[in-house]
Design a protein around this ligand. Sequence first.
Ligand SMILES: N[C@H](CCC[C@H](N)C(=O)O)C(=O)O
Length: 364
Amino acid sequence: MAITTTRSLSVTPVTRRSATPINPLRSSSLSYSLTRPFSSNLTLKVPSFRVSASSMSSIHAPESASRTSFLDRRESGFLHFVKYHGLGNDFILVDNRNSTEPRITPEQAEKLCDRNFGIGADGVIFAMPGVNGTDYTMRIFNSDGSEPEMCGNGVRCFARFIAELENLNGKQSFTVHTGAGLIVPEIQDDGKVKVDMGEPILKASDVPTSLSANKDQSVVKSELDVDGVKWNVTCVSMGNPHCVTFGTKEGQNLKVDKLNLAEIGPKFEHHSVFPARTNTEFVEIISPSQLKMRVWERGAGATLACGTGACAVVVAAVLEGHAERRCTVGLPGGPLDIEWEEEDNHVYMTGPAEVVFYGSVLLN
Ligand SMILES: N[C@H](CCC[C@H](N)C(=O)O)C(=O)O
């Protein structure tokens, strides 16, 4: 969804006298502004926030200002953000480069991610100062407020966000410190982002899982009983835990579109063999270079795409002998190109990341 104009931004000035301290999502209405993919502003009334506005004023950013210049505005209490998505896995991106502490709490993130009473997203991602010589640090809160180590679709959005903040064009790469270690996203000439996702972690206790290792020190096509059904699972960490299944012990070919993720997903996520919970990928083999998956994410539920999950799926497919090291992984939100390189043992992911809208929200 391309933004056609972002030059004008309507901001709702709040007269402190009339605005009572509010806890977002618990009061009656918010008016926040966003710039949609057409040449006009849309100021939404969201029924779950209340900001008593004395007047509406439009601020037309000068032609020279970047689309993200409004992020520099420091009206007290306002959080300015940019909404991005990677194949429909969507995030609220926050410019947090001036602090090593996230600007909002996990509880606020949970409320802002609510699709009925907030902005709506699978998570909140913070662009923070680098550490140990990296360009930046990325932290993320899932929509349930939990903090995962890494996010594949999110780091592609992060890279495009940074490029916009820094007014960078063309091919760019950044070194990013994450909970999964060093991650290096590179913006390609076509705007897609190729990410060096690092090495997969296969040692069972490091995924982590208490399932017994059955291949070297890892869990490969091992049996997991979920509510009386015996599944074949392979456990892979990309910094965050993944349980990958190509079907049950009975062996009939999995038809992922027929799965009731809301019913079965939480049973995997909260299974006792995953002490840190887990993301779960259900995979159909189309060919040795084409896989189709759906995902139930830890802390976010069913999402349209999962980048770390797609990486884990290719690793598991190679370990189980279903696929080559380079695959196209089809997700409900679209395809990702994944390669588990033999030479450096790193997994590389290539896919899109796009702006949805720019916005501001009043926090209490
Ligand atoms: N929910 C995941 C984090 C986001 C991963 C996913 N959105 C991706 O693109 O990798 C977890 O708790 O590990």
